[in-house]
Design a protein around this ligand. Structure first.
Ligand code: ACO
Length: 333
């Protein structure tokens, strides 16, 4: 098996910022409640005419530029999203077309906020086995399009954005060292967008009942998240024969500062090794982790050889974590 790493990263968020104060104008909520219960101060929201493929295209382009790789060299594009442009065709195919990645296969991957981790784990298998050399993985969401803007317990939590990573073979001992993925469909109803699929095809009734918007049992998801974030991070370290002391950086899914804090306590990791940017972006689902990774790298906080853990949880229910030894130098193979 070849070693696989991230040789290019990029991210994109729409310009428009919605602050907590903005919600006070049309919802029974306030800045103090939102900050104390979630840690979120603002989020970026895409304009009505901007689909998720546009965010993914922008992030993907930046990642390819960062890796200095031409679109024609990409063998596969995976877009992790729960807010695709269409039920079909796949957003990955639309993004490949925009990028000019005409030699790339493409498919979407649906694992909610664990989507980017699922994506890099899936993409890296093609490279590890020698089947492909270059895989572009993008986590992108426009959850703003499926929120019920009258539901104060959900609409304040989410933001739009996309983050991308170019995967290629890297020198032995670097790149992905281990992963852990899981799911539990019995909790599917805790976080869903019920209508529009084969269970509840779109109808006047589904629209009237608001079933095309995100529905969440916040307290139950919270309890699940607190439990699983610690567990999956410890498991992935065990799989890679590493200890928490070996970790230089933890990039958790950015849903709620209280969930991050609980995971930090459970893991016994120093908070200064934990990336938090949810105050600026809210929960961007599959985009949260790659946007945080990109920002952290660009800030100069990641060095060659650093051990990085990325861990997420989300609808499904799903959870996933991967650990990598950082290098951005691809191997000529
Ligand atoms: N402003 C003011 N009050 C509010 C708001 C708001 N925006 N939202 C809810 N409240 C009220 C409730 O109505 C309730 O009032 P009541 O006591 O009079 O009934 C009170 O605040 C407490 O509500 P809770 O739901 O108990 O608040 P909680 O402390 O659990 O926080 C929250 C809610 C933030 C949603 C929390 O449960 C949470 O973060 N859950 C996890 C969500 C999550 O991570 N989701 C993403 C999953 S990832 C993916 O795949 C997309």
């Amino acid at each position: 098996m070849r070693s696989v790493g991230i040789v290019g990263i990029g991210s994109y968020v729409p310009e428009n910022i919605v602050t907590n104060k903005d919600f006070e104008l049309f919802l029974d909520t306030n800045d103090e409640w939102i900050i104390s219960r979630t840690g979120i101060k603002q989020r970026h929201i895409a304009p009505k005419d901007m689909p998720v493929s546009e965010l993914c295209y922008q992030a993907g382009l930046k990642a390819l530029e960062d890796a200095q790789i031409a679109p024609e060299e990409v063998d596969l594009i995976i877009v992790a999203t729960i807010t695709p442009d269409y039920a079909f065709p796949a957003t990955a195919c639309l993004v490949a077309d925009r990028l000019g990645a005409r030699n790339a296969a493409g498919f979407d991957l649906e694992a909610g906020c664990s989507g980017f981790v699922y994506g890099v784990v899936t993409g890296s298998q093609f490279i590890a086995t020698g089947m492909y050399k270059t895989v572009l993985v993008i986590g992108g969401e426009t959850l703003s399009k499926v929120l019920n803007w009258k539901d104060r317990s959900t609409c304040i939590l989410f933001g739009d954005g996309a983050g991308a990573a170019v995967l290629q073979p890297v020198k032995e001992g670097f790149g992905f060292l281990g992963f852990e993925l899981g799911s539990d469909g019995s909790g599917g109803a805790l976080l869903s967008q019920p209508a529009g699929g084969s269970m509840y095809p779109a109808s006047l009734e589904t629209v009237e009942k608001n079933l095309h918007t995100l529905q969440m049992e916040g307290k139950e998801v919270y309890k699940f998240a607190v439990r699983v974030m610690g567990e999956v991070s410890l498991k992935v370290l065990k799989n890679a024969d590493l200890k928490i002391e070996d970790v230089d950086l933890l990039i958790p899914h950015q849903a709620n500062i209280r969930i991050v804090d609980a995971a930090v306590r459970r893991l016994g990791i120093s908070p200064d090794k934990v990336v938090v940017n949810l105050d600026k972006y809210g929960n961007m689902s599959a985009a949260s982790i790659p946007v945080a990774l990109d920002e952290t790298f660009k800030s100069g906080r990641i060095a060659e050889g650093d051990i990085i853990v990325m861990a997420g949880f989300g609808t499904g229910l799903t959870w996933g974590a991967c650990v990598l030894k950082w290098t951005k130098v691809g191997l000529e193979v």
